[in-house]
Design a protein around this ligand. Structure first.
Ligand code: HEC
Length: 130
């Protein structure tokens, strides 16, 4: 019994850390996105990161990455059991988690650090209008 009670603070701490991490990792924790701002951000280099438009077109022609022509449809169909929002979020902050067929894992990987939570939300809102 004594041994158990010694572990309780550590277990509580562990639970807190785990829940903090998983919150950070969910699209639900982002602020409300603004698609119009996202459209502007799409072509900008933010905080030293390359612009999305350097690798993604909107017209259906793949560049370094897939085109975002009709991306709204694509995003909900890519993976089962995950929303279009969550898929898009993960694709931005951890592009290596799921690599689209026919493409290489070469997307810039620091967007999660370089963009603000608001900017990520704005980009997601924008992409899902396409
Ligand atoms: C250096 C090139 C590069 C840049 C810059 C880049 N991407 Fe990508 N992106 C890729 C590549 C390559 C893929 C396909 C491989 C993969 O799934 O990771 C991809 C995949 C994606 C996907 C999944 C597309 C699909 O059809 O399922 C999304 C969403 C995405 N990128 C969003 C963004 C956003 C938003 C930005 C700007 C903040 C951005 N990308 C900047 C190269 C890039």
């Amino acid at each position: 019994m004594k041994l158990m009670s010694q572990w309780i603070p550590i277990l509580i701490l562990l639970a807190l850390v785990v829940s903090a991490c998983s919150q950070e990792d969910s699209v639900d924790e982002l602020p409300m996105g603004d698609a119009a701002r996202g459209a502007d951000l799409f072509t900008q280099s933010i905080n030293g990161a390359p612009p999305c438009s350097g690798c993604h077109t909107l017209d259906g022609n793949p560049l370094v990455g897939p085109s975002f022509h009709e991306y709204g449809k694509t995003a909900s169909a890519r993976r089962t059991g995950i929303t279009a929002q969550q898929y898009t979020y993960t694709s931005i902050v951890r592009p290596g988690d799921y690599v689209v067929d026919g493409f290489s894992n070469v997307m810039y990987s620091q967007f999660g650090q370089r963009l603000s939570r608001q900017q990520i939300a704005d980009l997601i809102a924008y992409l899902l209008t396409l």
